[in-house]
Design a protein around this ligand. Structure first.
Ligand code: ZN
Length: 390
């Protein structure tokens, strides 16, 4: 008996050792952040989408506490910094600790491991969430400093907006010229980005290429001290939008992410780290716009589906999807429906600002099991870093 049980234990150890070592390494990381994407936003998609969503395909689901160093309710700067660097900081701080020291992000750590890196956002490249991955400043409003720090980031592929922060600057520098000197191709229109084979480029596009514009939705109602949402900013843009000028804003994020994946997959012996932000879910939360949020979540889901397809075809890829915070205190409004006679989903909101409730994490690919359970937002990049080192 004793011999048998010892044998069983030895066999079990062997099985465990084999199963552990058969799991693919984490060569590539895709980190997809939905700004303001809490449970209400995710639920709005589940209730309004007939097909199986990308969220439902997640083999592992976890929860993240989102508070900042100085508030139960984080803004996108401290929230992005936590997700990028593993350190809690004060609201408004970007990539810097509460004393103002620059932190090292998981993107930079990926670079140190020889990985290529990418940033794709449907907001400005200098916005707080992407900036948390490459900059270190004590105010998210320091967009000109952030743009300068971007030119020193050595990120291989970046697609987003914010050209003014690079060329219409108080110091009169033309940072697009700086980027070109550093070996980048710089593209200012969507078609060129989609068509390029360059392995080191920055696409800085007009905001109307990055997101659809809303009719009659120019009334931002952010509370005192809160950021004004980008959806409202877009609606009130005075840019002369010629329809021949408009590209494909409703498919921008999914196409830009697929483009970045295509480029980062080339000549990538050591893999890549790609950070993606879907920024405007937050805006619909601020605006308490139920229909807008549902449309935005459908766009997010298409992007997510493409990333899942990539993970399925490239098993050394870890995909982590989460949010920096919840926006709007979003819930599903009481609205009875019968099968076959279903009315549109209506969300209700408890605030025009952010809330401090926990947000979901969805993980796919090797190491996904590490993201099960309840954790702090700062644990997420630490876990990613540990898995990249394995
Ligand atoms: Zn916000």
């Amino acid at each position: 008996m004793r011999k048998t049980s010892l044998f069983s234990v030895a066999m079990l150890a062997l099985v465990l050792a084999t199963s552990c070592c058969n799991e693919p390494k984490v060569k590539n990381v895709i980190y997809l952040i939905g700004d303001g994407m809490g449970f209400g936003a995710v639920t709005s998609l589940l209730l309004s989408e007939d097909e199986v969503t990308g969220f439902e395909q997640a083999p592992v689901i976890g929860l993240s506490e989102t508070c900042s160093a100085n508030n139960y309710v984080t803004d996108s700067a401290a929230g992005g910094t936590a997700l990028a660097t593993g350190t809690r900081t004060n609201n408004g701080f970007v990539g810097a600790d509460p004393e103002g020291n620059q932190l090292t992000s998981v993107l930079r750590k990926a670079q140190e491991m020889g990985k290529k890196t990418g940033i794709v956002v449907n907001t400005t490249l200098t916005e707080a969430t992407p900036a948390s991955f490459y900059a270190g400043v004590t105010s998210r409003k320091m967009v000109f400093d952030i743009a300068k720090q971007f030119t020193e980031s050595n990120v291989d592929v970046a697609i987003g907006g914010g050209l003014d922060h690079f060329i219409a600057r108080p110091d009169s520098l033309d940072l697009t010229a700086t980027l070109i000197e550093k070996g980048y191709d710089v593209f200012l229109n969507w078609e060129t980005v989609l068509g390029t084979d360059s392995e080191k480029f920055v696409g800085i596009l007009p905001l109307y290429d990055l997101h659809r514009r809303e009719e009659n939705n120019g009334t931002a109602s952010a509370a005192e001290g809160q950021e004004v949402c980008l959806a409202a900013q877009l609606a009130s843009l005075n840019e002369d939008v010629n329809t021949t000028h408009l590209s494909e804003p409703t498919v921008y994020l999914e196409k830009a992410t697929v483009k970045a994946l295509d480029i980062l997959s080339r000549n990538n012996k050591d893999g890549f780290f790609l950070m993606i932000e879907s920024a405007i879910i937050d805006g619909y939360g601020h605006n308490n716009d139920s229909d807008g949020m549902i449309v935005e979540m459908k766009e997010f889901n298409r992007t997510l589906q493409n990333m899942i397809d990539y993970v399925n075809n490239n098993p050394e890829t870890l995909l982590v999807v989460t949010a920096d915070h919840e926006t709007g205190g979003t819930g599903v409004y009481y609205n009875g429906h019968k099968p076959g006679n279903e009315g549109p989903v209506k969300l209700n909101f408890s605030t025009s600002g952010h809330t401090g409730t926990v947000v979901p994490i969805f993980a796919y690919g090797p190491g996904a099991e590490n993201f099960a359970g309840l954790m702090k937002n700062t644990d997420v990049p630490k876990k990613i870093e540990a898995l990249m080192k394995k």
